[in-house]
Ligand binder design. Structure first.
Ligand code: NDP
Length: 279
């Protein structure tokens, strides 16, 4: 069984990015990422702190905007307009989820596609769907990179993705099609989920249910990618895959911690550097 070490690969990607950031600095361009956080969702705060740390590690200037939970739409859209117009800002990221009273899609639509390092705007989603993305969607691209960097084949494989969200499942479907996989998307209304999963050469579990995927969902020899992030009652992190049960039959598997998460962060940094280079 091969352990797909996202932490190690993310570090390699970051070492390369450090050089690109330094090269731009030599040309007088300070790469910068604006991160907008509305409200006090603890998980969102943790994610934003990690993104700030990544920027710091790479020499990217991070501009953080902490807005109160009751921020109105006009204020948030005004801030995005200001960041769009600012030549010194290369990437803009609005941390999701937003408080319920804000229209997430409307806010995303306001971001300049050239600065949309999450690849969430309709323009960038459309470019992805036509097979010509400018930015790679972070989690999906991290997954594909991790599989390929470990020398595993995607072309011709049956890929089953259990997730149909705009952040994970749908963009991953496009990337997997670009890699010539045969893709199935499963979700909460899929009939006979176990049987569908058991057909997978590459199984991507992204449901958000602690250790739901045990060996009964996995074909022996499959590559298993665990995207889910769950908290145990003791406050520890757990994936969607029951690692100890699945690892013995998988040909390759990501750890719950140090697998997909660090890759997502590395691709965000790569997109930010690309946004700066594209200017
Ligand atoms: P969503 O809640 O938007 O999506 C969950 C998906 O799982 C939906 O498509 C849902 O189906 C499906 N689902 C839920 N329950 C079942 C079930 N019992 N059987 C089959 N399918 C089911 O979450 P996200 O896409 O935002 O995130 C998914 C998970 O991945 C979360 O745990 C999140 O924390 C994690 N994550 C991790 C990242 C990382 O970098 N490691 C990045 C992004 C997310 P339906 O559409 O029918 O409701």
């Amino acid at each position: 069984m091969m352990l797909l070490d996202g932490k190690k690969l993310a570090q390699e990607i970051k070492e390369d990015l450090k050089i690109r950031v330094a090269n731009m600095a030599n040309n007088g361009v300070e790469t910068s990422l604006a991160v907008v956080l509305v409200g006090d969702n603890p998980a969102s705060h943790t994610y934003v702190n990690m993104k700030e740390k990544d920027c710091h590690d790479l020499g990217i200037r991070s501009l953080r905007y902490d807005l109160p939970a009751d921020t109105d739409e006009a204020t948030l859209l005004g801030l995005i307009d200001q960041l769009n117009a600012d030549e010194g800002v290369h990437g803009i990221l609005v941390q999701l989820p937003l408080p319920k009273h804000l229209d997430e899609q409307k806010v995303i639509r306001a971001i300049d596609p050239a600065k949309d390092v999450d690849c969430f705007t309709p323009v960038n989603v459309g470019l992805l769907a036509t097979g010509k993305p400018v930015f790679a969607p972070c989690t999906p691209a991290g997954i594909v990179r991790l599989i390929k960097a470990n020398g595993l084949e995607i072309a011709g494989k049956d890929v089953v993705i259990v997730n149909r969200s705009n952040i994970v499942g749908k963009p991953l479907m496009h990337l997997m099609l670009m890699e010539n996989a045969t893709v199935t998307i499963a979700h909460s209304r899929t009939a006979d989920l176990k049987e569908v999963c058991k057909r997978a050469d590459i199984l991507v579990a992204a449901v958000g249910r602690k250790e739901m995927f045990d060996e009964s969902y996995v074909k022996p020899g499959a590559v298993v990618i665990d995207v889910g992030v769950n908290r145990t009652p003791e406050g520890k992190l757990a994936g969607d895959v029951a690692f100890d049960k699945v690892a013995p039959i998988a040909s390759a598997i990501t750890p719950c911690v140090g697998g997909v998460g660090p890759m997502t962060r590395a691709i965000l940094m790569e997109n930010t550097v690309r946004a700066a280079e594209n200017r």
